[in-house]
Design a protein around this ligand. Sequence first.
Ligand SMILES: Cc1cc2nc3c(=O)[nH]c(=O)nc-3n(C[C@H](O)[C@H](O)[C@H](O)COP(=O)(O)OP(=O)(O)OC[C@H]3O[C@@H](n4cnc5c(N)ncnc54)[C@H](O)[C@@H]3O)c2cc1C
Length: 450
Amino acid sequence: MSIAEELRKVLGDQATIITDTAVLPSYSRDQSQIAKNGTPAAVLLAKNESEIAAALKFAHANAIPVVARGAGSGLSGGANAVDGSIVISLEKMNRIIEIDPTNLIARVEPGVINLELDKEVSQFSLAYLPDPASREWSTIGGNVATNAGGMCCVKYGVTSHHVRAIRMVTADGNVVALGSALKKSVTNLDLLHLIVGSEGTLGIITEITVALAVRPKPATTLIATFASIEEAMRAVPELVALAPSMLEVVDATTLRAVEEWKPLGFEGVGTVLLMQSDESPDICAKGVQIAEKHGAIDATYSDDPKDSADLIQVRKLAYPALERKGAALLDDVCVPISQISNLVTAVEKIASESGLLIGIFGHAGDGNMHPTIVYDHGDADAEFKAVAAFNQIIKVAQDLGGTASGEHGIGSIKVESALRESGEKIIELQRAIKKVFDPKGILNPGKKIP
Ligand SMILES: Cc1cc2nc3c(=O)[nH]c(=O)nc-3n(C[C@H](O)[C@H](O)[C@H](O)COP(=O)(O)OP(=O)(O)OC[C@H]3O[C@@H](n4cnc5c(N)ncnc54)[C@H](O)[C@@H]3O)c2cc1C
């Protein structure tokens, strides 16, 4: 019997198992341009935790690889299928189980779309704060598995700061509950935060309890233009001290790409800084003074929601403006904020030496930058150079005291970089932990842990 037939026998006729070779490719890879993928033996569109537990018991007994999948919006090959694997898609487990406004928590299945939860809790004047740019289509399960970030991290932290508890199926098909719905509990080792960011390598998350916040006020937005990245970055530490709810940077190369496409008046500008505050317009007024002190050509702010939306347009257009010029390879390094201008200068050098177009934009408030390498579609030589530049940028970031991935995860494309960054003892510990959770190594093999 094939793996799919055996799985059908284990799960029964009500299980949705896909084997159609025309459909399998759409469950075989995420949004990474460069990650390789295999062909799964079957895709299970899981309906509940029991199906996942039974599927994992079967996979464990037969040493079959299993890849968990949310929306497949990842950018590091994390959800890419392995040959002969069972892909378990969580997309159908998309129920908001409970919203508890008294205790400021919600319980959700992993396939709930991030923005859907935020919309639902807004009825109670509450918010689910983690805001990856993919929040309209990525799942909370995927966000937890990658410890996703976003623009509001500078003030509110990453996904892990908003996860209280999970239910998870282990590699051998047992169900465990980790963490606590309570705001405080130090009874056990913090296994919850070992799972957050583990990219499907330690278990499959089947339920998540998240913390909700009182809905922040509409933001006031500041925009400041500078002649150079160095001047802009000199303003950043003082702007961070104002506790902004967003602090973003767009470099000259990206601004040129935006201007070529949708002119917004940034002709000849060296760098743009954007800041938002959800506290008071006074914070942005102070931000203007700080930007001017550090040589801003122009700095202004608005608390009108429409103006705010217009001002952040340039950041929203950053990636699509680069992407329309060719195939775009988005990197995700994070460096100390004091090193952002050094990173930008080093990336400019890599761009001029390789002849590639590389624009940089990202989260100035926490150092998480997205150098985006553009090359010609279908040009194998250019793709080779782009991949080399991608890895070179990671190396530069690591040498500046930074890390290979701030929010998109290691997946399959940064395993070598993770090896370089994490000393021998850390690798040994991570491998030992993996063995405890997944002794046969069936969960997302070849991903995350070198
Ligand atoms: C245009 C665009 C913008 C983006 N912006 C951001 C951003 O601002 N911040 C950011 O952090 N990321 C961003 N991303 C990357 C991506 O959206 C995030 O990594 C997101 O968290 C992935 O969620 P997903 O549901 O698509 O998961 P998938 O891509 O399906 O999976 C991601 C990883 O999580 C694992 N996984 C998924 N579900 C589970 C589960 N239930 N249990 C265990 N493991 C699981 C998978 O095996 C895989 O390793 C962006 C992507 C795109 C395309």
